[in-house]
Design a protein around this ligand. Structure first.
Ligand SMILES: Cc1cc2nc3c(=O)[nH]c(=O)nc-3n(C[C@H](O)[C@H](O)[C@H](O)COP(=O)(O)OP(=O)(O)OC[C@H]3O[C@@H](n4cnc5c(N)ncnc54)[C@H](O)[C@@H]3O)c2cc1C
Length: 389
């Protein structure tokens, strides 16, 4: 018997491949996004405001550090964490960015590379959303080449002294804690720098056209003294921050599907009710081809991340697979958002409709956590054994 699936956002019944627990997580986050995020997000985007009032809700649902074990974290599997990102980004990439940074870029390195005292001190309050963190890796002279890091840390007695600056840092203006990466005599090390530490300051980047509901800023270290007990003992090379990026990129590859689904859902409604030349827009072959293209891209992206999640849960996921998924899915979502914007006509430039907001957000998502070109070069290196960058 042929099973007829009727969900245009899930043509291959990917949901049917989830277990009960995963479906339950997806449903509860979807409900929260519909009830709490959708009513406020367009205004927050227009006002260039991070909706901080949602942090308590995210924490209460166990969405901060959701895949980590212990220390007040929910210990969910990777597929569930991916679904969380997907549903949050259906609301807005800013929300998923907040959760990715807090969970994958800040809680993960403390969990993976921190001392027991650091884990006890920071992780529970980060899981409760009481401590907001940022991840300082990118520097003003070029984020694609983190090995050329200028921010440095020098030993002084039992302490470290940090000097330098970071740029384009999500959460920087609102963070209580910074996971800062700095070059030392023996490679890159990670430091936990608390807000209020002398010589440490953050600024906000205003007037972004993208991720307007996210707080982004710069970080400045001017002879900042950090005790040895705030250095991540297990992070002893650039591999440490890169492993955090692998975690976060996994979430992005899932998240952007939500943005694409949000655009397609709104467009399907619109094209069925908008009447031009005496018939619904959706009745035109040219429109249907473009809708079919979107369904193809969403389906491919869904299947790709589901397999990626299963590999991650088995401990078999590789960074190059994550690069391919981040590249493919973000490009697909960006193309879909741009095309939906176009098919909405003039209405498509209004913040009332989600596609232009998602489209503008995805311009950041395609750049951060490794630009498209850098992921392509990583895959090229894997295929040829030759590094072209
Ligand atoms: C909204 C937002 C939030 C961010 N949040 C964070 C954060 O929380 N923490 C953090 O550390 N960083 C963050 N970033 C920084 C982000 O990771 C960087 O912007 C990204 O890595 C690219 O670095 P760049 O902007 O310096 O561009 P560049 O590295 O200067 O790249 C410019 C262009 O050159 C291309 N390019 C570079 N090298 C090559 C090459 N060898 N061959 C071909 N093309 C090449 C790139 O693909 C790109 O198109 C954020 C960025 C944005 C926009």
């Amino acid at each position: 018997m042929i099973k007829k699936t009727s969900d245009p956002l899930d043509l291959f019944d990917v949901r049917g491949m989830l277990d009960d627990q995963e479906r339950m997580v997806q449903d509860s986050v979807a409900r929260m996004v519909d009830e709490k995020v959708m009513p406020i997000i367009a205004k927050a985007f227009a006002a260039h405001r991070f909706p901080r009032e949602l942090v308590g809700e995210l924490a209460a649902m166990g969405l901060l550090g959701s895949s980590l074990e212990g220390y007040g974290c929910a210990g969910m599997n990777s597929v569930s964490s991916g679904l969380i990102c997907q549903e949050l980004e259906r609301g807005d990439s800013a929300l998923r960015s907040f959760v990715s940074v807090q969970s994958s870029l800040c809680m993960y390195p403390i969990h993976a590379f921190g001392s027991e005292a650091q884990k006890q001190r920071y992780l529970p309050s980060m899981a409760r959303g009481e401590t907001i963190a940022c991840f300082g890796l990118t520097e003003p002279h070029g984020g694609s080449d983190p090995a050329n890091m200028k921010t440095h840390a020098k030993r002084r007695g039992g302490d470290w002294v940090l000097n330098g600056s970071k740029m384009w840092i999500t959460n920087a203006p609102i963070a209580d804690l910074c996971v800062a990466w700095a070059m030392t005599e023996d490679g890159v090390h990670g430091f936990l720098v608390e807000k209020g530490t002398r010589g440490f300051s953050a600024t906000e980047i205003h007037d972004k056209f993208s991720l307007r509901a996210s707080a982004t800023g710069g970080l400045f270290f001017d002879d900042v003294v950090v005790p040895e007990e705030n250095r991540l003992p297990g992070a002893v090379s650039l591999k440490a921050p890169l492993s955090c990026l692998t975690q976060a990129r996994f979430g992005i590859a899932w998240g952007v599907i939500g943005a694409a689904q949000s655009c397609l859902a709104q467009l399907l409604d619109y094209t069925k009710t908008r009447v031009l030349f005496g018939r619904p827009l959706a009745a035109n072959q040219l429109i249907q081809v473009r809708l079919a293209e979107m369904a193809r891209k969403i389906t491919t992206a869904q299947l790709l991340v589901l397999q990626l999640g299963r590999l991650k849960d088995r401990g078999e996921m590789s960074p190059v697979q994550v690069s391919l998924a981040k590249w493919n899915n973000t490009r697909a979502a960006l193309d879909i958002a741009r095309d939906c914007r176009d098919m909405l006509g003039g209405a498509g430039i209004s913040v009332e409709y989600a596609p232009i907001r998602h489209m503008l957000n995805l311009e950041s998502v395609v750049t951060y956590e490794g630009t498209e070109s850098i992921h392509q070069l990583s895959i090229g290196r894997e295929l040829t054994g030759i590094s072209a960058f």
